[in-house]
Design a binder for this molecule. Structure first.
Ligand code: URA
Length: 209
């Protein structure tokens, strides 16, 4: 079963609390999503392999470490996932970014794919699917299935806030996928919102509410 990592670093908890507040406006919300995403990217990449490189400092020749040419890709689930992309890119400016568009049927809460664009070398990359909210898990499960169908072999999922129901669904349907969270909340309500959550992440990011 895919491991769940909850990054409860004080900075992440503090920023998540401000994001959750109903009075936090779009500008600040977007900045905080960006900042928490960068902090998460820092943690998620902790296990990246390093290689020795010989360099010359102003003082001497020295053998130092650099990331060992691992090919990574980020795939935001549209539209709220877009809010996490820049935060990841600040830490890893050379990664490729795919996009997947899924919308939730308001009646069944099930996702439907309407857009998919991935890097051409899917089979050679390790992917991180990003979406701020892991609610029912439907979108995440479908996005991961789509990536696998196109040949992706290594996939991680990064979300800011999750309900236990969503975590369990991803673990059940994609046991090979590790999940990285900034917060694991209590439950889903009858409308599919995470409780206490932070509301509709897409609307709060883009000011559409
Ligand atoms: N999507 C959101 O944006 N918020 C939730 O609470 C659940 C799904």
């Amino acid at each position: 079963m895919g491991k769940v990592h909850v990054y409860d670093h004080p900075l992440i908890q503090h920023k998540m609390t401000i994001m959750r507040k109903v009075e936090t406006g779009t500008k600040q919300f977007r900045e905080l999503v960006d900042e928490v995403s960068s902090l998460m990217a820092y943690e998620i990449t902790r296990s990246l392999p390093l290689t020795d490189v010989e360099i010359e400092t102003p003082v001497s020749v020295s053998t130092q470490k650099m990331i060992a040419g691992k090919k990574l890709g980020i795939v935001p689930i549209l539209r709220a996932g877009l809010g996490m992309v820049d935060g990841f890119l600040k830490m890893m400016p050379n990664v490729k970014v795919g996009h997947i568009g899924l919308y939730r049927d308001p009646e069944t809460l099930e996702p439907h794919e309407y857009y998919l664009k991935l890097p051409t070398d899917v089979t050679e990359r390790d992917f991180i699917v990003v979406d701020p909210m892991l609610a029912t898990g439907g979108s995440a499960v479908d996005a991961i299935a789509s990536l696998k169908k196109h040949g992706a072999k290594s996939i991680k999922l990064a979300c800011l806030c999750a309900a236990p129901e969503g975590v369990e669904r991803v673990q059940a349907e994609h046991p090979d996928v590790e999940i990285y969270l900034a917060a694991l909340d209590e439950k889903l309500n009858d409308h599919g919102y995470i409780v206490p959550g932070l509301g509709d992440a897409g609307d709060r990011l883009f000011g559409t509410k």
